[in-house]
Design a protein around this ligand. Structure first.
Ligand SMILES: Nc1ncnc2c1ncn2[C@@H]1O[C@H](COP(=O)(O)OP(=O)(O)OP(=O)(O)O)[C@@H](O)[C@H]1O
Ligand SMILES: [Mg+2]
Length: 380
């Protein structure tokens, strides 16, 4: 506790699309914390593939530049891993104390975790005990050591120390519990829609009960737009953003650009703006949304079958994908539950004059994991 109070810990989310950085400090004001640092830096393509850091150098450099640009002094970082290298299971086991469980952990994990136990870092948390049945609920976490080591390595190469290593889905859960205390009696799912993976966390009336990383991500949109319209990745990404921005602005001026051959000639910027209002583009985006929603709904089906639950009070969307046009609406139509956009800074004071409020508003959804990690540094 002493350490946490005196030294700042930076929440650093090393995503495959972008690195997000958040730091907080306690306040005496209306909000419990205020923002100290906030930044997002995109990574070069193909440096992180399916959660694995395939090219460390550009990742290290992007982290260093981001921290330098924001004059971040603290050497301490809370980071996280996700995707196919992480497995989290909630299990019921005979009641025992934490020391006994720690000792039995490799054997317990072997039963529930389909990884070679020798290759993983294991951890657990006791969620609750039931005296009547002499049992307890435990969450088991296994993360492939190789993946954890890669993350530690880039952080060290950027001259910082990883003091906390978390997983994305827990950071998302943490961000929810902090920001929406009045919703803790509801049954909610939070979906963090990243570039290569969707982290899902479920809370049943405040009781964390299910975590899953769904192996599909928002890069599906970029790939589809690239393929359909012969764009490079950068332009495809830009079109996706402009479509979302247009929808958010909702200026109602439905321009008809359907016949414009925007991808083949003319001025670059103007072309992309035309693309963003082209019905063919909207159609491709809609198709990808349906595919992604199909995967999400499979995971909901699985969860519902094992938890025997029919209903959610709300589904929250976080991550870069929360910006995507119509995705929330389509998901709501498909699942039948209210879908809301998650606000990770809902209970964070943003000091005036120190930040660009528009930039923060525009990058808020994708900073959810970084915020959840930063909270670990100030809350414990
Ligand atoms: N304004 C926007 N409009 C549309 N899409 C956006 C917008 N901002 C981000 N995205 C999409 O969100 C994705 C990035 O989201 P995010 O930063 O959450 O991913 P990540 O954390 O880097 O990836 P992962 O966690 O899967 O490794 C990109 O694929 C991008 O296309
Ligand atoms: Mg992410």
């Amino acid at each position: 506790m002493f350490l946490n109070r005196t030294r700042q810990i930076i929440g650093l989310d090393i995503g495959s699309h972008a690195i997000k950085m958040v730091a907080l400090r306690p306040t005496k004001g209306e909000m419990p914390f205020e923002l100290v640092h906030f930044g997002v830096a995109e990574l070069p393509e193909e440096t992180i593939v399916d959660g694995a850091i395939t090219n460390e150098e550009p990742v290290t450099q992007t982290i260093s530049e981001l921290l330098e640009q924001h004059k971040v002094k603290s050497p301490f970082v809370a980071a996280s891993v996700s995707g196919n290298a992480v497995i989290v299971r909630r299990v019921t086991m005979p009641r025992q104390d934490a020391d006994a469980l720690r000792e039995a952990l490799p054997y317990e994990a072997d039963e529930h975790i389909p990884f070679d136990i020798d290759d993983v870092d294991l951890d657990f948390a006791i969620l609750g005990e039931d005296e009547d049945s002499d049992s307890m609920d435990v969450v088991l976490v296994a993360a492939k050591r190789e993946r954890v080591d890669e993350h530690v390595a880039v952080i060290e190469a950027a001259k910082r120390t990883a003091t906390i290593m978390d997983i994305d889905a827990f950071a998302v859960q943490n961000a929810f519990e902090f920001n929406y205390p009045e919703r803790q009696f509801e049954d909610v799912a939070i979906l963090n829609l990243g570039s290569s993976v969707i982290n899902m966390a479920v809370l049943e009336g405040g009781n964390p009960s299910f975590w899953r990383d769904i192996a599909i991500g928002m890069q599906q949109y970029v790939v589809a737009l690239q393929r359909q319209f012969m764009l490079d990745a950068f332009d495809a990404e830009e079109v996706l953003r402009r479509v979302s921005r247009n929808a958010a602005a909702d200026d109602g001026s439905a321009q008809d650009h359907s016949l414009t051959e925007w991808s083949e000639d003319g001025e670059e910027g103007a072309d992309l703006q035309d693309a963003a209002t082209d019905p063919r583009v909207l159609e491709v985006i809609g198709q990808v949304s349906d595919r992604i929603i199909g995967e999400i709904s499979k995971t909901f089906d699985f969860y519902q079958a094992q938890a025997m639950r029919e209903h959610f009070d709300a589904v929250f969307l976080a991550g870069g994908g929360a910006h995507i046009t119509d995705l929330a609406e389509r998901l709501q139509n498909r699942m039948g539950w209210p879908v809301e956009i998650f606000d990770p800074l809902r209970r964070v004071h943003i000091p005036e004059g120190m930040f660009d409020p528009e930039y923060i508003r525009d990058s808020a959804p994708e900073s959810t994991v970084a915020l959840g990690l930063a909270l670990r540094g100030v809350m414990e």
